[in-house]
Design a protein around this ligand. Structure first.
Ligand code: C2E
Ligand code: CA
Ligand code: CA
Length: 769
């Protein structure tokens, strides 16, 4: 049979263009006009399908199609690539409207049939693109669903309607008649996907769906009448296609159209189960019909068999794709749960299991397990200087190098920001330390953190081993390695420290101290001790005192400041402790000054770097000093040298504010850190305290006096007016310092830190000579 039979008077819908008019009077009028146009032209066609009726019909249809194409473009819909497909569909429809009069043919097909069919194909592509756009992933599955549904409907249509109606001889034409309804089902199914996903948000889609359902109904009727009568015999049906165009106009002129490609819709659970239900019906009912209904001949049997096979193939392919996707998702989520995304190493959660496996595994060789905790030194500096991408590059590079250094059954994980944990079977602690050293060497080679910039970073490494007995839990091992790493940090950069009995004791003590510290600070359980600072000829005069904190805990006994000060800093308690010490130091200094009748005595108070970060620190210090009634220039604060080295420390600005309110600033422990001449030069300081380690070798190491002289000269050359030597324990040291011209000194030789009340009764301090 000729394909011309299949042709209908108008092309199918141009999808897409929507924009319905907002309900203003003008837009309502336009809608009414369109409806009138559709009705009039449809009736005209039904009455006179060959003459004027056909012309009126074609003209109105052409206006509709132009609207369908132009409306979305006028609204500047995006992405253009998708909407151009819709434009092509419209143009194909327009062309077939007007080419029907031209009897040009390619074989049995008329031009208008080909362009009409092309219009269908563009429409399908457009709907597929829209579906892809709004949903993420699963495109293949949706296409297969559409195919299965389409085949199902065709099968049902064939078995229940077309085959019985056209007996044996008419079967091939009936097959051709089923092409359009089949494509309609595919269109409806694609549009249904869109509608279920966004129907409520985008009314244009509802219009589109309704229009496509109308098209399906018309094509079904058209197919049936096509079998029963020669083409063109049923102008009533043909005329109704005008309402299909009208529907498309409603959809493409609706204002919500613009949102069609902007919304990324998530299918609701309800939508998904609705789709699943519809799909089940569309695939099972047709099979039942195809099997149950009587066959009309061989062709019928072949058609039904082919359709059933195709549907089964689509359904099974779909199923296997789903199962594969499920397996992939499971594997992905398993990976995500155990892997650090930046480095690809195990993450913290996975480390625990891996560690438990490794430590629990019985081994004859290498019976112990080493747990190595590795933390970058000054990693923050990299991020601050070059940005986080550079930090990431550094972490990734080092991770790769670490993995390269390890072989076999070893565990490596990124524990936190710049912390890595490595576990490996070893013979003993010595073996573990060798491994740690191998890992440390991964840091020797600089890393290109940004183009043309290399950076060398050092790690602090803590090591612990299980020992063959393996009596500790993985948690305990982690705590030990962490504590050893912390100790390594305290010792400086790039150190490796093994967890040992002494560290264990200290660690236990710190844990207990930490527990009691907050309580002690709240209860103000600290004692104030004052150590004299000497000056004048032969260091014969007390020029002031340094205030030092002491803590005697009823349970723990005497806890030295070297233990509780760092802990208070770590727990954020140093502010409270420091303020209390400052207040009491000022009060004691005021009392002593009054009792001794001396107003020019200095009080030196230690201040932690963290305290300098407190926004109003200088004001608090000033207020405390004034409240105690001290003279303006009698309060000196001591800041450790390590703060000064960290030039970026935000607290450095506080030093200016302190000096502005008359507080003198001392650099404490000078000579232990890395403060350079240039940093000292730029700092607002009044005094430098030479660390005990510089003074101690006096009288032992002949090079010491020369070195000290150089330091003292340097301090003077920087216009820093005061120098104090700390830790003077012997008369010889005191004399040597006098000979070197050091103006002030402090140490056990002159007096130990003592309670303020004892200072009044004490005999006057010893002078060197
Ligand atoms: P520092 O500021 O260097 O204090 C001097 C330390 O040296 C004191 O130790 C003092 O007792 C000790 N010392 C003084 N003369 C001699 C000597 O001739 N030989 C020897 N071997 N040692 C001497 P202390 O009291 O144990 O304090 C240790 C550190 O704790 C202090 O070092 C200081 O940094 C810190 N600290 C003490 N009290 C406070 C406080 O109230 N606040 C803050 N932030 N830190 C404090
Ligand atoms: Ca000090
Ligand atoms: Ca000191």
């Amino acid at each position: 049979m000729s394909a011309t039979k299949v042709r209908r008077p108008h092309p199918p819908a141009v999808p897409g263009a929507d924009r319905m008019l907002p309900a203003t009077a003008a837009t309502r009028l336009l809608a009414v006009l369109a409806l009138l146009g559709a009705c009039t032209s449809a009736v005209a066609f039904m009455l006179d399908p060959k003459g004027t009726g056909a012309t009126v019909y074609a003209l109105v249809a052409a206006v509709f199609v132009v609207t369908i194409v132009a409306a979305p473009l006028a609204r500047r819909v995006r992405p253009l690539r998708i909407w151009l497909v819709q434009t092509l569909a419209g143009l194909a429809l327009l062309f077939s409207l007007f080419s029907q009069a031209v009897p040009l043919r390619i074989g049995p097909l008329r031009y208008s049939d080909i362009t009409y069919f092309l219009g269908y194909v563009f429409l399908l592509i457009w709907l597929v693109l829209l579906n892809q756009r709004i949903a993420s992933g699963g495109h293949g599955r949706r296409l297969l669903d559409g195919a299965a549904a389409t085949i199902g409907v065709t099968l049902a249509l064939w078995s229940a309607v077309l085959a019985p109606m056209a007996d044996g001889a008419a079967l091939p034409p009936a097959l051709v008649w089923s092409v359009y309804p089949t494509m309609d089902v595919l269109l409806v199914s694609l549009c249904l996907h869109l509608w279920l996903r966004m129907g409520r948000q985008v009314p244009a889609v509802s219009w589109l769906l309704a229009t496509l359902v109308l098209l399906l109904c018309l094509d079904l009727v058209n197919s049936i009448t096509g079998i029963l009568a020669p083409p063109g015999e049923w102008p009533q049906v043909m005329g109704l296609y005008q309402f299909f165009f009208l529907g498309l106009v409603m959809a493409t002129t609706h204002p919500s159209l613009i949102r069609l490609t902007q919304v990324r819709a998530a299918t609701s659970e309800g939508g998904r189960s609705g789709l699943r239900g519809a799909l089940t019906l569309l695939t099972t009912v047709p099979v039942v019909l195809a099997v149950a209904l009587p066959k009309t001949g061989d062709t019928d049997v072949i058609v039904r068999t082919v359709l059933v096979s195709l549907m089964l193939a689509a359904t099974f392919t779909r199923l296997s794709i789903s199962l594969r996707a499920l397996a992939r998702t499971e594997a992905d989520s398993r990976l995500r749960a155990t892997q650090d995304p930046l480095t690809g190493l195990l993450n913290r959660a996975a480390l625990r299991d891996a560690l438990t496996d490794l430590t629990g595994e019985p081994r004859d060789e290498a019976p112990s397990t080493a747990v190595i905790f590795l933390d970058f030194d000054n990693f923050k500096h990299v991020n601050d200087t070059w940005g986080h991408d550079a930090g990431d590059t550094l972490l990734r590079t080092v991770a790769r190098r670490l993995v390269g250094r390890l072989e076999g059954a070893q565990v490596i994980a990124r524990y936190g920001g710049d912390e890595f944990v490595i576990a490996a079977p070893v013979e003993d602690l010595a073996d573990a330390l060798l491994l740690a050293e191998r890992l440390r060497r991964c840091f020797d080679e600089p890393v290109a953190v940004v183009t043309d910039r290399v950076h060398t970073v050092t790690p602090s490494i803590g090591v612990t081993v299980t020992g063959p007995l393996r009596s500790r839990s993985t948690d305990e091992l982690m705590t030990e390695a962490d504590a050893a790493m912390y100790e390594a940090k305290q010792q400086g950069r790039g150190r490796i420290v093994a967890f040992d009995a002494e560290l264990a004791d200290r660690h236990r003590l710190q844990a207990r101290v930490g527990d009691r510290l907050a309580e002690a600070i709240t209860a103000d359980a600290f004692d104030l001790r004052l150590q004299p600072v000497m000056g004048g000829p032969g260091y014969g005069t007390v020029v002031g005192w340094e205030a030092l904190a002491r803590w005697h805990d009823p349970e723990l006994g005497d806890v030295p400041p070297s233990v509780f000060v760092p802990l208070a800093e770590q727990f954020g308690l140093i502010g409270a402790l420091g303020e209390s010490m400052l207040r009491r130091a000022c009060e004691e200094r005021a009392r002593l000054g009054g009792a001794l009748g001396q107003s020019d005595l200095a009080i030196f108070v230690n201040v932690s770097p963290d305290q300098l970060l407190q926004p109003n620190f200088a004001q608090v210090v000033q207020a405390t000093r004034d409240a105690a009634g001290l003279p303006r220039d009698s309060l000196w604060v001591e800041i450790t040298e390590s703060l000064i080295v960290d030039e970026g420390h935000a607290g450095l600005a506080t030093l200016d504010s302190l000096r502005a309110v008359g507080v003198r600033v001392c650099i404490d422990d000078f000579g232990t850190g890395y403060a350079s001449l240039s940093t000292l030069l730029r700092l607002p300081v009044d005094c430098v305290k030479l660390d005990r380690s510089l003074v101690a070798p006096l009288g032992v190491d002949p090079a010491t006096p020369g070195r000290l002289r150089a330091v003292i000269d340097m301090v003077h050359s920087l216009d820093i007016p005061h120098v104090i030597a700390e830790g003077v324990e012997t008369q010889a040291q005191a004399q040597a310092l006098l000979d070197l011209g050091c103006p002030m000194a402090q140490g056990w030789w002159f007096g130990r830190p003592s309670a303020p009340e004892d200072l009044l009764t004490a005999t006057s301090p010893r002078a060197p000579g």
